[in-house]
Design a protein around this ligand. Sequence first.
Ligand code: FES
Length: 154
Amino acid sequence: MSDELTDLYRDILMEHYRFPRGHKHVDNPDIASEGHNPVCGDDIEIKLKIDGRQVSDISVNCVGCAVSVASGSMLAEIIEGKSLEEVKKIATTVKALLTGGEFANDVDLGDLEALKGVKNFPVRIKCALLSWITLVDAIEAREAGRSVNVSTTE
Ligand code: FES
């Protein structure tokens, strides 16, 4: 990765960290979940309003490091208006991006491309995945009819 690209990715991450999207309150959410990184103690809370099968509103409130906050902000930005199927596909793509797995090339990742740089810092991969794991756990729990109020990442 060139130095210019590394600098660009870092700038995008820091902009999301300073001005996190979705940092608000959503009343009466259809999906609500809390994630926790036991290694560092960082917490995230995600709430979604669902209209049909689409995300009509989202809040992401994260108390964590720059990478976890930025990743949660990018999540809030990209999934609003998306169907739950699209959300899960994006989450799978982000996970593959960070862990080196296979992913579909037809997903427009937008600012999430900046998470590519995180792959070079293995200790930070869990930070970047915290919001995504929390979100997917919540969606899958809802689809399975399980309680979705709290999920803990390991
Ligand atoms: Fe806690 Fe990054 S150090 S999520």
